[in-house]
Ligand binder design. Sequence first.
Ligand code: 13P
Length: 344
Amino acid sequence: MNTQALIDTATAMVADDKGLLAMDESTLTCNKRFAALGIPQTEDRRRAYRELLVTTSGLSDYISGAILFDETIRQQLQDGTRFADALAQAGIIPGIKVDTGVTALAGHPGEKVTEGLDQLRDRLAEYMRLGARFAKWRSVITIGDGIPTRACIEANAHTLARYASLCQEVGLVPIIEPEVLMAGRHDLARCREVAEETLHLVFVQLSAQRVLLEGMILKPNMVLPGIDSSGPATVDEVAEATVACLLRTVPAAVPGVAFLSGGQSPELASARLNAIHVRFGDRLPWAVTFSFSRALQQPVLAIWRGDDANTKVAQQALLQRARCNLAARRGTYQASMEQAGCLT
Ligand code: 13P
């Protein structure tokens, strides 16, 4: 294991106030988002959309790394350049989603475990050859009546740690994503309790599997009330609960925490990241940034709609969101940037 290379990559992934672009939707998820907008669900349209994202001029001013899906890392831009090479040439570190999705956890109704450990060592070596320098694995924890169980959290924590250890063996920085889902009626306090237990058990397992904390990135959810909760939380309450949860559970040796957006609107995701920095910026031992998919891409896809005539305007929307989130990471984001457009 080349420890220094892992540390250098992980540090570069969260450097200079930049964040990560998650563009690793599985074919199923990508097709669902295309279908909702009437975009043909073909390999060519998925490729064209991903080309739009990675060829956005100036993206590397805000984005340090991009997470690809297996289909994309094997595809090429129209000019024949492979996606991972196009990213690297643009100054963006290429990454790859390596889990193969979630499945029902046997004996635990309503709970999920993530699959993909079989043959993972060989798959990671191939992704490394294809140009990836980091990887991502997402686990999901569902809050509901009597769940999550400790068994579900432990199964996912163990799986994340096995994945992370295999990544580091081959030289890939693991992004560790234990997502506590926003679906449900639970309140902010319940989300915080579950997120705290989850992160605690994840770091117990990472330690047991000898994962180098300095060579990984944590991708957690923000601590939020459930989408159907009767008690909404203010931006400041979310910032406070999120930071308290992370400070209790995430060792300072971890170089970066990069949030998923989890179904928040793009504007709220930026406002909450901003509040975390405004209120607690001087207390955070890790770089705290974004690794959003929907909160970066939603407006982009809505403008593009499968029509290449809309590519330039859609790229401006991506730059706008990326720039708003870089500002949020600096604690200088303001709602007025949305009306005026962050690019002006
Ligand atoms: P969202 O930001 O849309 O939650 O996606 C992040 C991600 O990478 C999911 O695995």
